[in-house]
Design a protein around this ligand. Structure first.
Ligand SMILES: [Zn+2]
Length: 55
């Protein structure tokens, strides 16, 4: 999980269950599943709204 940029905040819930974590880059709360992480899904850091529709 750390390798994927997530800091786990709860005990491992199971491969297909959302895992409460914090993104190590943008520090947003994320709930990826281990399956998503294993297939390459990563946080898009939308919390900073750098890519929002308005400037
Ligand atoms: Zn992030």
């Amino acid at each position: 999980m750390e390798e994927a940029g997530y800091i786990p905040r709860a005990p491992f819930p199971g491969r297909s269950m959302p895992w409460d974590s914090t993104c190590a880059t943008c520090h947003e709360h994320r709930r990826p599943t281990l399956q998503q992480v294993e297939t390459g899904t990563r946080c898009h850091h939308h919390g900073r709204r750098r890519y929002g529709p308005r400037p």
